[in-house]
Design a protein around this ligand. Structure first.
Ligand code: PLP
Length: 466
């Protein structure tokens, strides 16, 4: 790595400062007060390093976002140049900046043909939140103010602002939190592994589409503004919908004047082998695509909502004398974030990183599937650089291990001991690496995971869980 390893004393001070003062997102307070956090202090390519100097392969691209890999000096330089030249100025009231303008045009070029307008925010949650506000405004402007309800899905993850948390359908994410339930209805998720017994995948798809149609019938199309979906559900367990699902859901939307919003916060910017997956992989033409994460590869906070010409025609019309489109953030189109995104996109194009994903992705899928022989590995699923292993107690019944077996944590711990960071989410383990992994990286990772699952099986047996 580029910087020197911190002293042990320094590492301990940081650990304590962090534990005593930083309220961490999504952190388990049954262990945090004692264990605190592992501090990641350095990074390079596919590797990260902790404060003690231990080096790990990054199997989660930071948090599904460091798509071009770590330590890209040219992104750092582009950000430094922009920060030195003009770090910030307003984008409200007919003011703009060069990177925001250039990036908007670039996104319009990369996105499906009809998505030519960009609304900037600071991340994925804010992008989804701003989108729903704009969608409500759009229907209000069309004289259809009753169209308010948003259809989402169980196990969806759309973020944690109030609105985004309400769109989110992972029940445990909202335990003891409130949600804006009058605005959102959740359909079933598309979970092929746990679909009703005896149903073929095609029948399952019919079943899910019928559920949507019945819901529209029940609530009334006049009361529904939009349907929002991740092309592949991420945090909810990397759930790949049955063939044709998204296109058929979009057809229901079209027939009922319901907007189709694709949340490509994870799937965008190469993770499935294309800049955007909606059209190229799933044959849909969303009215709105949201992106964040890989947009800047996590080098700076940034979200973008890509909006169709048709919608913009309404959003871009003044409401009346003195009226302005009064929504947006101080940091909408932040020059330093946009400069990072532009350099990031340049790298993705120059190195043809999407091609690497299309070539190495299927190999990652194939090699991870070889782990199915382990006692707990019930399902290996996903696509390209978006993968998940589901742990079960019994492969035949798909019954889960008790929560206190903490199987996901055990696998992640064993992997980390062997130099690989993957993400535990309950009983799942997610692999969502930087998009620069090679076949050799995949081989090393699968060797580590092979040992990690074997060690997990052994420890679960020792503790009487298997
Ligand atoms: N949408 C999806 C599909 C996500 O996976 C995430 C984050 O993981 C978000 C939205 C929220 O993005 P952020 O954490 O940047 O607010």
């Amino acid at each position: 790595t580029t910087s020197t390893t911190r002293t042990e004393l320094g590492a301990q001070t940081l650990w304590r400062q962090d534990r005593d003062h930083f309220i961490h997102p999504f952190t388990d307070y049954s262990t945090f007060h004692e264990q605190g956090c592992d501090l990641i202090t350095d990074s390079d390519g596919i590797y990260v390093q902790d404060a003690h100097g231990n080096r790990f392969i990054d199997g989660i691209a930071g948090l599904w976002c460091v798509n071009v890999g770590h330590g890209r000096a040219e992104i750092g330089q582009a950000m430094a140049d922009q920060a030195t030249r003009m770090a910030y100025f307003s984008t409200f009231n007919n003011l703009s900046n060069a990177p925001a303008a250039e990036l908007a045009a670039k996104l319009a070029e990369l996105a499906p043909a009809h998505l030519n307008h960009v609304f900037y925010s600071c991340g994925g949650s804010a992008a989804n939140d701003a989108t729903i506000r704009l969608v409500h405004y759009y229907f209000n402007r069309l004289g259809k103010p009753s169209k308010k309800r948003i259809i989402s899905r169980n196990n969806a993850y759309h973020g944690t602002t109030y609105m985004a948390a309400t769109l989110t359908g992972i029940a445990s994410n909202n335990w003891e939190f409130d949600t804006l339930d009058h605005l959102v209805t959740h359909l079933s998720e598309a979970n092929c592994y746990r679909r009703p017994e005896g149903m073929s995948e095609a029948e399952y798809c019919d079943h899910l589409v019928a559920e949507f149609e019945e819901t529209v019938e029940r609530i009334g199309a006049d009361n529904i503004a939009a349907f929002i979906a991740e092309p592949i559900m991420g945090a909810g367990g990397v759930l790949v919908a049955p063939e044709g699902y998204h296109a058929r859901m979009q057809a229901v939307c079209r027939a009922n004047d319901i907007l189709f919003i694709a949340d490509e916060v994870v799937t965008g910017f190469g993770r499935l082998g294309h800049f955007f997956a909606s059209e190229k992989v799933f044959d849909t033409q969303p009215d709105i695509i949201n992106c964040a994460k890989g947009l800047s590869s996590g080098y700076a906070p940034l979200g973008a909502t890509l909006i169709s010409d048709e919608l913009f025609e309404v959003l871009g019309t003044p409401q009346g004398k003195g009226g302005v489109l009064s929504t947006g953030f101080t940091y909408s189109g932040h020059p330093v974030s946009c400069a990072a995104a532009l350099k990031n996109i340049e790298i993705i194009e120059r190195e043809d990183i999407c091609k690497n994903v299309r070539e190495v992705g299927p190999y990652l899928e194939e090699r991870l599937k070889t782990l199915s022989h382990h006692a707990t590995v019930g399902d290996v699923r996903g696509s390209h650089f978006m993968m998940c292993l589901e742990n079960v107690a019994d492969k035949a019944t798909k019954e889960l291990l008790p929560v206190d077996a903490r199987v996901g944590d055990r696998v992640a711990f064993e992997a980390q001991q062997r130099g690989l960071i993957i993400r535990p989410v309950g009983h799942l383990n997610i692999v969502s690496p930087p998009l620069i992994w090679t076949r050799e990286t995949v081989d090393r990772v699968v060797d580590i995971l092979d040992e990690a699952f074997a060690a997990t099986t052994e420890s679960l047996r020792e503790d009487g869980f298997l």
